[in-house]
Design a protein around this ligand. Structure first.
Ligand code: HSE
Length: 310
């Protein structure tokens, strides 16, 4: 058994407008690097570096990677200690799966060190337990794409039923990360407890349309379906320039645009790289008009699982 491993787990875009808590895809970049080293203390000791690392607790019970590791060790009845170093590439509170990426990197690395006692479906549960300490909710639409790669549908939570969605070959992602923070826990607390039957029916129609659009590479159907009636109507107020940014994406050729996860990042889909890059530039300009600098990530959907670096 190796004593140490370093892995990278990438960020993810979740909800995808019409799939609140049940759709997500993996990004090529950015990502968090997790180094796990066995120690003799029997404890989990966390150190942090990288982007806004000082904002994240190193208490293993409150840190998403630490909690995921504790959950996994407890279920396997292993009382081993580990030094955990998290090098953040994804700022916390960005809406592109920062806490999920750390949790996924941690369970993936631990499984490797322990010579793979758990399968991916079992790892997801521990990554969700980890992520819940940050978001206050039990959801898999960031951890699942980060662990599996590609685009996924969480069809059901109890029991967990995760389906891979075929990604149209021409689909390009633009994700814009403004220099602004939205706390996921707060953004979840503002959601309605109930929605009307009419709203639920419309959202179900959009979700079905989106997935069928992906299966058939029907970009018009994907485009028509990318509307969120659950979260975006209330969360848009949290994001400076939301409307301007969304309009700039759609006016410059994107087939759909929405809030990434709980925000403030926003994402858009395009059907070629050139459009995805123009959309990125225009969305960044729109954030700038609202006083926010931003970073852009343009890529196809990342098909890869976490990567073992050494
Ligand atoms: N689906 C979750 C939410 C993602 O929107 O609250 C949080 O990153």
């Amino acid at each position: 058994m190796a004593d140490s491993i370093r892995v990278k787990a990438t960020g993810s875009v979740s909800n995808l407008a019409c799939g609140f808590d049940c759709l997500g895809y993996s990004m090529e970049n950015p990502g968090d690097e997790i180094t796990l080293t066995k120690n003799l203390s029997g404890e989990i000791k966390i150190t942090m570096s990288g982007i806004q690392a000082e904002k994240i607790t190193v208490n293993p019970d409150k840190n998403t990677a630490g909690k995921a590791i504790l959950s996994m060790l407890s279920s396997l009845e292993i009382s081993c200690g580990f030094d955990v170093h998290i090098n953040k590439g994804i700022p916390p509170g960005s809406g592109i799966g920062s806490s999920a990426s750390s949790a996924v990197g941690a369970v993936f690395a631990l499984n490797q060190i322990l010579e793979n006692p758990l399968n991916e479906e079992e790892l997801i549960i521990h990554a969700m337990v980890g992520e819940a300490v940050a978001s206050g909710g039990f959801h898999a639409d960031n951890v699942a794409p980060s662990l599996y790669g590609g685009m996924v549908l969480i069809r059901n939570y109890e029991p967990l039923d995760i389906i891979h969605i075929p990604v149209p070959a021409k689909l390009w992602s633009t994700a814009i990360l403004p220099d602004y923070v939205v706390n996921t826990r707060v953004a979840r607390q503002m959601l309605p407890n109930r929605v009307s039957l009419k709203t639920a029916v419309e959202q179900a129609g959009n979700l079905a349309g989106f997935t069928l659009g992906c299966v058939n590479s029907d970009f018009d159907l994907i485009s028509r379906s990318m509307e969120d009636l659950f979260a975006e109507p209330v969360r848009k107020e949290l994001i400076p320039g939301y409307k301007r940014v969304k309009n700039s994406a759609l006016e410059n050729g994107a087939i759909g645009c929405g809030i990434s996860g709980s925000g403030p990042s926003m994402f858009a889909f395009s059907t070629d790289q050139q459009t995805a890059e123009i959309v990125a530039k225009e969305m960044q300009l729109s954030f700038k008009k609202s006083g926010l600098e931003s970073k852009s990530y343009v890529s196809k959907i990342n098909k890869n699982k976490p990567q073992i670096l050494d």
